[in-house]
Design a protein around this ligand. Structure first.
Ligand SMILES: *[C@@H]1O[C@H](CO)[C@@H](O)[C@H](O)[C@H]1NC(C)=O
Ligand SMILES: *[C@@H]1O[C@H](CO)[C@@H](O)[C@H](O)[C@H]1NC(C)=O
Ligand SMILES: *[C@@H]1O[C@H](CO)[C@@H](O)[C@H](O)[C@H]1NC(C)=O
Ligand SMILES: *[C@@H]1O[C@H](CO)[C@@H](O)[C@H](O)[C@H]1NC(C)=O
Length: 388
């Protein structure tokens, strides 16, 4: 009898030991009292995982869950991964969220992965956006915020129908976004795909973005930003700016946009600054190997950017733009003005290079043309339209 009991106890002990070890590294939110709404379960799991001195993973398994406003905060004691396999749905009513839905903050070595979806359920909120007319309009929540993240990777997840920006990056260093899908209708207001500000060494790689505003926008204080293998459209293209709206904006430098395809969007690659207002510097910005499909303004520098006519167009922009190149940019333009470089009359652009441009106007009223002011571009290679 005793002998028999001993034998059966061995696998049980092994099993127990194994499951204890497994629990110390993987935190499954459904084990934290998650039901349909996982807001609290995720916060609890995060707290425990973040306190662990071993690398940890928090798992949100396949399934559909409601998630309210959460802030997942460091500093954590070891690398931490959030693996989202399920679909997370934001509350439809934006009023419970304030300015953000899911925020990651102060984390070193964060990974967000899993193939799941962050569904912002923005359809109702888009119609509430009246910021064009009302400067003190309600701030709608951004779906995913990355604040002060270092050495992180965000991969293989989807952001769907955000109420405001899909993804906002602030104060981060060495953060890579890869194989993401970012989707909202072309007419959804202010749904920028990925906005970067005050950050360095940010990479956006092999990502599909189709949304209602800029696919990627790069704001002040951005340095060493690489955007490669991005497909964009619908949307407003890949933009640096807008710059010069606020006092003391930190410079933008080292922007590399390469091997991207932009389809059916308002703009292709763009640098935009406000007229009058404040000074700033934007330098070392390079756009290379880009395909445009029926894009309204494939190549554009606009130093009179003034949406909703809220500004004094008489005074020139005070932002200095220097060392910009557009190389090997091919495809079709949906307007005759395929190249539009409109620099500040106060501070003309310096060192702007156009090389191997081949953009055909997809229309019948004449060939594609270039329009340039306050700039003497350096022209090399084959140019269609001819340089200014
Ligand atoms: C950037 O972050 C990645 C991911 O954590 C890491 O593998 C890499 O070593 C970091 N690079 C630098 C220069 O620290
Ligand atoms: C260019 O981007 C596409 C994705 O749009 C990717 O599949 C391809 O590998 C990239 N090519 C290079 C040379 O990086
Ligand atoms: C232009 O930018 C590139 C890339 O950052 C840099 O290597 C180069 O030195 C810059 N040229 C000038 C004249 O500043
Ligand atoms: C030209 O424009 C038409 C109408 O907008 C569109 O259907 C077609 O796909 C465009 N062709 C190219 C090559 O972009």
């Amino acid at each position: 009898m005793g002998f028999k009991a001993d034998v059966s106890a061995i696998p049980l002990l092994l099993l127990l030991a194994f499951s204890i070890q497994a629990q110390s590294t993987v935190f499954d939110v459904t084990k934290y009292g998650a039901n349909e709404d996982i807001t609290e379960a995720l916060s609890l799991a995060w707290k425990e995982a973040c306190a662990s001195t071993n690398p940890t993973k928090i798992l949100i398994p396949k399934g559909t869950y409601l998630l309210g406003r959460v802030t997942l905060k460091g500093e954590c004691k070891a690398p931490i991964e959030l693996q989202v396999e399920g679909t997370l749905k934001a509350p439809i009513d934006p009023s419970s969220l304030g300015d953000s839905w899911v925020t990651f903050a102060y984390i070193d070595r964060l990974t967000l992965s899993g193939g799941g979806t962050f569904d912002g359920q923005g359809q109702v909120a888009w119609s509430m956006n009246n910021c064009g007319k009302n400067k003190n309009c309600m701030q709608l929540p951004i779906s995913l915020r990355f604040n002060f993240i270092t050495n992180g990777i965000v991969q293989g997840v989807t952001s769907l129908n955000s109420k405001n920006f899909h993804i906002n990056v602030m104060g981060c260093k060495n953060l890579t976004f890869q194989h993401l899908t970012v989707t909202a209708p072309g007419d959804s207001r202010n749904t920028d795909g990925i906005h970067i500000g005050s950050s360095s060494e940010i990479n956006i790689v092999d990502t599909n973005i189709g949304t209602g505003d800029d696919c990627v926008s790069i704001g002040f204080g951005s340095k060493q930003i690489k955007v490669t293998g991005v497909t964009c459209g619908p949307g407003h293209g890949i933009s640096v700016g807008s710059l010069g709206k606020y006092p003391d904006e930190a410079p933008v430098s080292g922007i590399f946009v390469r091997n991207c395809t932009i389809t059916g969007s308002d703009n292709g690659v763009r640098i935009k600054t406000w007229p009058a207002l404040f000074g700033g510097i934007a330098s070392d910005m390079h756009f290379e190997d880009i395909i445009m499909n029926n894009v309204r303004n494939p190549i554009i520098i606009d130093q009179t950017y003034c949406p909703w006519n809220q500004c004094n167009l008489q005074a020139p922009s005070r932002v200095r733009i220097t060392n910009v190149s557009f190389k090997n940019i091919r495809g079709t333009s949906a307007t005759p003005e395929a190249v539009h470089i409109s620099c500040s009359s106060g501070i003309p652009c310096e060192i702007v290079e156009l090389c191997d441009i081949d953009l055909a106007y997809n229309g019948t009223d004449g060939p594609a043309k270039s329009l340039c002011t306050n700039v003497k571009p350096i022209l090399t290679g084959k140019l269609n339209p001819l340089g200014c």
